[in-house]
Design a protein around this ligand. Sequence first.
Ligand code: SF4
Length: 209
Amino acid sequence: MSDTKTARALTVLHAELDACRACPKMIGPVVHGPPVASKILLVGQAPGPREGSFGRPFAWTAGKTLFRWFLEGTGIDEDAFRRTIYMAAVARCFPGKSSGGGDRRPDAKEIEACKSFLAREVAILRPALVIPVGTLAIDEVLGKGRKLAELIGTTERVRYHGVDMDAICLPHPSGASPWHKMEPGKTLLVRAMKRIADHPEVKRLRADL
Ligand code: SF4
């Protein structure tokens, strides 16, 4: 599919996403990035409370950390990232707060309801590289039960929604999770960013910037 056709198919899908009200406990609006024809797919967990008002994913503190990792690890800044890498998530609406005060994790029904959008994005983009961010996204892409310490810093070959691709996982950059600030997380995160920077699809993208 040409980049123009891909962007057009994603725009149609985004209109359907914008109109989705399938999950009664979710708080709108639906948040998605632009229709970027990219071979790199980033899968996050779900938007936080601020992303809806900005109208884009990773628009607040977790995003600041994530984009810093990319700038330091690959030389790709936030603006270039948003223009060239397709950003998706396990759920596209803010789940609200949990009783503990953090953001509620989407439940199984909500994940299932939102999965059809992810499956269609994968079918349209046919990514060469998927970057799941955080345990929920990692569970979705690689299957449940994998430990962060075993996965971060590796490249896995996965079949995701019927398409074979490389997977390089990242921990969640939210301030609520200390994993990436302590060992072995710190060292493994550097290793993961190096793997992303060295991936052929990322090298191609950087050459075109
Ligand atoms: S989380 Fe996904 S499936 Fe649920 S209402 Fe939002 S867009 Fe629709």
